[in-house]
Design a protein around this ligand. Sequence first.
Ligand SMILES: *[C@@H]1O[C@H](CO)[C@@H](O)[C@H](O)[C@H]1NC(C)=O
Ligand SMILES: *[C@@H]1O[C@H](CO)[C@@H](O)[C@H](O)[C@H]1NC(C)=O
Ligand SMILES: *[C@@H]1O[C@H](CO)[C@@H](O)[C@H](O)[C@H]1NC(C)=O
Ligand SMILES: *[C@@H]1O[C@H](CO)[C@@H](O)[C@H](O)[C@H]1NC(C)=O
Ligand SMILES: *[C@@H]1O[C@H](CO)[C@@H](O)[C@H](O)[C@H]1NC(C)=O
Length: 623
Amino acid sequence: MNNYMQRLGLTAWRKKTTILVASGFLSLIIFGLQFSRLEDNSNLSAILKDEKDAEVVAAALAKSINNVRFIESSNKNKVSVTELDDEVLNDITIKREAKSEKQTENVQMEQQLGIPYVNLDPKNPYIPKTRIVHLDFKGAPPVISYLKKFFPLIKQMGATGVLLEYEDMFPFSGFLKNISAKNAYSVDNIKEILSLAESSQLDVIPLVQTFGHVEFALKHAEFAYLREVSNSPQALCPSRKSSLDFITELINQVMALHPKVKYLHIGCDEVFQMGECDLCRLEIHENLFLKHIKNVVDIVRIKYPSIKIIVWDDMLRHISQQSMLDAKIGELVEPMVWVYAEDIYRFVQPTIWEKYAAVFKTAWSASAFKGAFGETLYIPSARRHLENTLRWLDTMAAQSSAFKHGLSGITITGWQRYDHFAVLCELLPAAIPSLALSLLAATHGYFNSSLKEKFLKALSCPEPSIDSSPFIMLESDPFLWEKLSRCTFPGSPVFRLTSRLRNIELEAKEFLDVTLKQKGWMTAYNVRYNYSLALRVEELTLDLPRLYHGMISLARATVDAMDDIFDNYTISEWIEQRIYPYLIEFEKIENDSVVLKSVNHWPSRPLPVSPKMQKLALSIGLH
Ligand SMILES: *[C@@H]1O[C@H](CO)[C@@H](O)[C@H](O)[C@H]1NC(C)=O
Ligand SMILES: *[C@@H]1O[C@H](CO)[C@@H](O)[C@H](O)[C@H]1NC(C)=O
Ligand SMILES: *[C@@H]1O[C@H](CO)[C@@H](O)[C@H](O)[C@H]1NC(C)=O
Ligand SMILES: *[C@@H]1O[C@H](CO)[C@@H](O)[C@H](O)[C@H]1NC(C)=O
Ligand SMILES: *[C@@H]1O[C@H](CO)[C@@H](O)[C@H](O)[C@H]1NC(C)=O
């Protein structure tokens, strides 16, 4: 997601990642368990120039006001310190030394926090007008009781709203019924979510995919006729009336359940297939895209004339200013400019910003707190995501004035999967610390140690002891596992669980590498030919039972930690993707070791060449 082209390639891959049917063994675990239960740390001189220091000097100077006046009148503006009386001079020097020692300490302290340096204006922090947290429900919806704790938490940290991406978790009805996942929210659930958001004074912006990323619908045989390309469910064909009827129904059903919203997000990112079907081939890409936006906006405005409409900006990056002006797209939608990698301008260059400012009266930005640095991660780097958000603040500060109405706000996105077919990436509860850093930064326009209390309080962390080291150390502890290990924010057991997973995973990977690759008695060759030594095999598998039971116990802990956050399906899926593969590998090693140890007589060398190898041998000219 951090790289558009990269994702383009990856998306094609991801299609194959369909999930295997969970084995009876796995469901045994899951269901059986139901019963047991610094922006200004750059240089010292800048800090010495700060107001407080100036105050010290000013106070001292005030004492010698007579001398100064005399000097001033005789010597214009040149105030020479040597001409101040000794007492005052000493006073200044002592205070200055004390001050600068303290400043040095402060700077060192701030540097230890490891907050990525972004050149923000310390005197005039840019604070986005609105701060929206994105909730990606895509196939892994948190239970309502978790959202009930989550909304007040983000409100406390300065969020003003939520962007709800339902995908297949919305209770569609009528001819769209089959699009909904079987564990989708119910109508009552949606009402409850909206009322909970309202109690926390959070605005709600629903997101409906209307062009690309409609694989959750077009994957079904009954909606395949809407595809742009018949063998890909990713994008719909914008040129057919049936597509517009389909979108009308999607939008009307979602809007009917969101009667009070002021904004609707219509997606439109990453439309990888465009202009490929017989109807679309005749039209140029730019026009296809702009025309479709107009069609979707018209659909929304028939029933909801005053709603404001947001689109992701990536498809607009390549469209010319003139085409956008001709299509009057600035009067139809507000772009949400997304970049989740650290370097914003690398993806949206100044020329693109100029174009946007010429076309649109306002725009939004989107950073990320999770789901941007790898499809199979389970914990986000809080440091990298904070840097992304801080750099957005810098970018917004610079670009805001170019837009007639300024910028409308920032959305801090939290992706749950890279697309409908991808496996789960970082889960929401594991990413709360990362969200806290980015959200507090967006709310204050900076992040430094002056936000320590707010940060620790929001995450329900125990009072740090007086002599304690810095409250965060993002360089050495980018996931915050160490510093936040005792906090009790909603979902903290899942956050801690990821640390346990990481430790056991490191051990398991090392074990697998040593046993199957580094050592010479249990490699694939040994197993294929039943050719090994019982004593060696015994030695190599000594740690196996401990590791196996460690994984089983982690799976159990997962069920406990996630029980009040996700439904059984999401919990099973996560265990199957993160823990189960190790159990399978361990089981295979166990099986192989039993066979290898049971052999008591071996054939003479050379061992017969396996048929597959024989074929290869012939084709490479080995006879
Ligand atoms: C944190 O940053 C803000 C805004 O730039 C500044 O006013 C404040 O003095 C900084 N605090 C520390 C401890 O550096
Ligand atoms: C949904 O799927 C079921 C089962 O595949 C099918 O019988 C039905 O016609 C589909 N359409 C609707 C609108 O329910
Ligand atoms: C999960 O499964 C258990 C037992 O099968 C059931 O009692 C429980 O209600 C399920 N929980 C959810 C959230 O579906
Ligand atoms: C290990 O052996 C058992 C018993 O024969 C079998 O059921 C299981 O599928 C095997 N596991 C693997 C991973 O090969
Ligand atoms: C390995 O040896 C065992 C015990 O003699 C035998 O049962 C098994 O079939 C052998 N496997 C292979 C792949 O030769």
